[in-house]
Design a protein around this ligand. Structure first.
Ligand SMILES: NC(=O)C1=CN([C@@H]2O[C@H](COP(=O)(O)OP(=O)(O)OC[C@H]3O[C@@H](n4cnc5c(N)ncnc54)[C@H](OP(=O)(O)O)[C@@H]3O)[C@@H](O)[C@H]2O)C=CC1
Ligand SMILES: O=C(CO)COP(=O)(O)O
Length: 326
């Protein structure tokens, strides 16, 4: 019996559902936990989740709203939105009485505390062994078994490697690292930058402008990463540059789609979670505290809270003083 034979996924949205299929494909015994009992019962009986339409779950995946059932697994994947990760882990905490890996699968930074996901896990559940999974991977692609590669980070390299062995398969290839912060920064920042990229497309500024924006966006992501102690190879790896490229290139990304709508002066797509909108103000606060210049992210935050028009933001970015490329 391999280590981590049983896996529970907390949060039955698009990503949680896709991750349940990943773990099942890797041969694990999987429990998918939904907070709503009716949703759980419906997914269990139909093997279909309206949050990830068109994907049929294998019947071996146990779907439940009973937290005690899920909490007994050998590893826990938390796939709620970032701002709800703390409440999810708080609920789990009383069930976690011995060391168990708790893997954050959300991309974001907590409002108010400026804490990254693994720090929130460590605070909320004393026995948890925090880890993070992030990288270029749309839930729909992953659930359909299209090839994807991500990064999985834990402070303990042996643990990160064992988690990769437990979750990896031919179509879902996690790479392990101990650079937890690097992985967290990439996933959080890329969503904000994807909104900016979408605005460029929505405003018809052209493919050259999109490439420039994405590249300068990476530059500021990497600046913040370095200031927070992240490693260069993580920032330019799957969870940093890789996810930025994916999210800045297709309207399959909800953050990019939000940016397109903003750029066109249209309403935001209804019912779609765009984490970048929640991360933008916190990211900018964090950057200011670290004295890191993040002009694109600042512009996104200012546009989202109505302090700046899109035209003024574009003009502001294009009239910054010329400087050396770094
Ligand atoms: N979708 C994707 O392609 C990817 C998403 N991610 C990340 O995963 C995270 C989740 O995104 P995604 O699954 O797409 O979002 P969805 O909107 O599809 O689903 C979010 C899920 O979280 C549940 N939820 C919300 N609050 C809580 C809570 N307090 N406790 C428990 N469950 C809760 C919701 O429950 P209910 O149904 O009852 O409302 C819902 O099922 C985000 O941080 C996102 O950036 C990462 C990689 C890929
Ligand atoms: O994180 C993702 C892909 O790696 C999903 O992107 P969106 O949240 O923008 O849809």
């Amino acid at each position: 019996m391999p280590a981590f034979q049983s896996v529970a996924v907390i949060g039955a949205g698009a990503w949680g559902t896709a991750l349940a299929t990943v773990a099942a494909r890797a041969g694990r015994n999987v429990t998918l936990w939904a907070r709503n009992a009716e949703h759980a019962a419906r997914i269990a009986s139909t093997h279909d989740n309206p949050r990830l339409p068109g994907v049929r779950l294998v019947p071996e995946i146990v779907v439940t709203s009973d937290l005690a059932v899920a909490a007994g697994a050998d590893m826990l994947l938390i796939a709620t939105p970032a701002q709800h990760l703390r409440s999810a882990v708080n609920m789990l905490a009383s069930h976690i009485t011995k060391p168990v890996p708790v893997i954050a699968c959300a991309k974001g930074i907590e409002h108010g505390t400026h804490k990254f996901m693994t720090d929130v896990i460590a605070e909320a559940a004393a026995h948890a062994q925090p880890a993070i999974l992030s990288g270029p991977s749309f839930a729909d692609d992953v659930a359909r078994g299209l090839p994807t590669a991500v990064t999985l980070a834990a402070k303990d390299e042996a643990l990160a490697s064992a988690l990769v062995q437990a979750l990896g398969s031919a179509t879902f290839r996690p790479y392990h690292t101990t650079d937890v912060r690097g992985v967290e920064i990439g996933g959080a920042a890329k969503n904000v930058l994807a909104i900016a990229a979408g605005i460029v497309v929505g405003r018809n500024l052209g493919a050259s402008a999109l490439a420039a924006l994405t590249t300068r966006g990476f530059s500021e992501l990497a600046r913040l990463g370095r200031a927070c102690g992240a490693r260069t190879e993580t920032l330019s790896g799957l969870s940093g540059l890789g996810d930025l490229l994916l999210s800045c290139s297709t309207a399959q990304s909800r953050n990019f789609a939000l940016g397109i709508a903003l750029g066109r002066g249209e309403a935001a797509p209804a019912g779609k979670l765009a984490e970048g909108a929640f991360t933008a103000p916190v990211l900018v606060e964090l950057a200011a505290a670290r004295k890191v210049d993040m002009p694109v992210s600042q512009a996104v935050a200012a546009i989202l809270d109505g302090r700046l028009t899109i035209d003024a933001a574009i003009e502001g970015l294009l009239t910054r003083p010329f400087k050396a490329e770094e």
